[in-house]
Design a protein around this ligand. Structure first.
Ligand SMILES: *[C@@H]1O[C@H](CO)[C@@H](O)[C@H](O)[C@H]1NC(C)=O
Length: 420
């Protein structure tokens, strides 16, 4: 009775206390709109809502009409970690650290393009709302989200008239989140491309551990899904191409008393292993050569690039869950990524940024934001219909056949001109 009468009172009072606006929405005249844009449509690097690189934020999962060529998507999830948690705050931290990547100021000199002012429509699709209470459910949420977002229509055909398997599908760049997000991502890509995916994996660790390594006795379906075993699971499911995949930056301790983790038959054999130390003999470009030799440029073979930020040394990236001293510097790693610009990337992740362990200078998040920038640049550059040169946009070094002579020293005259 009480409820009924209260509802009646509210219903009667409704019109009187309503603050809803019943009139027509006034259309702003064109000239006024132009004036407003001129006056106020400016964003400083430090202002605005923190989307990735100030890209237009859209909750793509609830906007089925929203299409894009590249989507940045957050996967704030960290309940599958074995050591320090906190990577659920990674997407926020990486977005904040990307603040100085603005469309107007993001010309990438090594690539000869500004990825945010080129042919591709790039959207920050927000975060997947992932449950922190049930990892089985979380995995399903991520899988469904990646599949949905990766199945949308592209907006702009790449000018190059891209013939690769990735053309016609948008590319996803995921900001993690712990590394287990790579499993639902690979399941979705397998579904979209209908073939095993080449995985290029930068990490201090293998992440191909058999889940029984964590506990042989206490096992459940949930314990299989963790941030050290997802490549084991993915490989066993046939999602990973065993003849073209690579680990790079390794320096993890192994289990037991011998190198069984390296030599036993199993999914770990589907990857070649490049150790962090190898950079001393090879140099960054030597590491690039080994990777390119392994992966190749087959336009029919999709490549997924997975970057665990702990591939960097803890001195340059302390904010991560399982740090291992003795890694690469940010500069070395960025150089390697730049050298890989021709790979047939269909997706990528940057994971394990755990801001609670970062420093006040946001060192780790800044590195992750730069890694995302380089990956996005390469994705866009692969569709540009112009021979841009392979390094620092030196168009004058592309000879008549379109072959890049990247090793040539620029003559002093050119350097002088560039500096002006
Ligand atoms: C790769 O190797 C693993 C383990 O040996 C196997 O289970 C899987 O089916 C292989 N994947 C493909 C795509 O052949």
């Amino acid at each position: 009775m009480y409820w009924k009468s209260l509802l009646n009172v509210l219903a009667l009072a409704g019109p009187a206390i309503s603050c809803a606006h019943h009139g027509e929405t006034e259309v702003v005249p064109e000239h006024e709109r132009e004036e407003l844009l001129k006056k106020w449509d400016q964003e400083w690097s430090f202002s605005g809502i923190a989307s990735f690189a100030h890209l237009r934020p859209v909750k793509c999962l609830i906007e089925p009409q929203e299409n894009y060529d590249i989507a940045v998507i957050g996967a704030p999830f960290d309940t599958a970690v074995s050591y320090r948690p906190g990577a659920r705050f990674g997407p926020r931290a990486i977005r904040a650290a990307s603040a100085r990547q603005m469309a107007g100021t993001s010309y990438n000199t090594r690539a000869g393009i500004n990825p945010y002012q080129s042919w591709a429509k790039i959207t920050d699709c927000g975060d997947i709302p992932i449950t922190p209470f049930d990892n089985g459910l979380a995995e399903r949420q991520m899988y469904e989200a990646f599949l949905e977002l990766g199945s949308r229509k592209v907006v702009n055909a790449a000018p190059k008239g891209d013939q690769s398997i990735g053309s016609g599908h948008p590319k996803l760049v995921t900001l993690g989140g712990d590394h287990s997000v790579a499993l639902p991502a690979l399941r979705a890509l397998y579904q979209i491309y209908q073939k095993p995916i080449t995985v290029l994996h930068f990490d201090a660790h293998l992440d191909t551990w058999n889940p029984v390594r964590y506990s042989a006795y206490w096992q459940s379906e949930q314990t299989q899904f963790n941030h050290g075993s997802f490549f084991h699971k993915a490989s066993r499911e046939g999602l990973i191409c065993n003849s073209t995949s690579a680990h790079a930056g390794l320096r993890t301790r192994l289990t037991g008393v011998n190198d069984g983790d390296y030599t036993n038959p199993g999914p770990e054999q589907g990857f070649i292993r490049i150790h962090a130390d190898d950079i001393d003999e090879l140099g960054p470009m030597g590491v690039v050569d080994v990777i390119m030799e392994r992966i190749g440029l087959d336009p029919e073979q999709p490549v997924y690039l997975s970057v665990d930020i702990d591939v960097l040394d803890p001195s340059t990236a302390p904010g991560t869950g399982t740090p291992e001293p003795g890694g690469w510097t940010t500069r070395e790693f960025i150089r390697i990524l730049r050298g890989l610009e021709k790979l047939n990337l269909v997706g990528a992740d940057i994971v394990e940024v755990s801001p609670a362990y970062d420093n006040k200078g946001e060192t780790t998040a800044l590195a992750a934001a730069q890694v995302a920038f380089e990956i996005i640049t390469s994705m866009v550059k692969s569709g540009v219909d112009e021979e841009l040169g392979g390094w620092y946009g030196r168009k004058d070094e592309v000879d008549a056949e379109g072959v890049e002579a990247v090793e040539t020293e620029p003559d002093s005259e050119t350097v002088g001109k560039d500096e002006l």
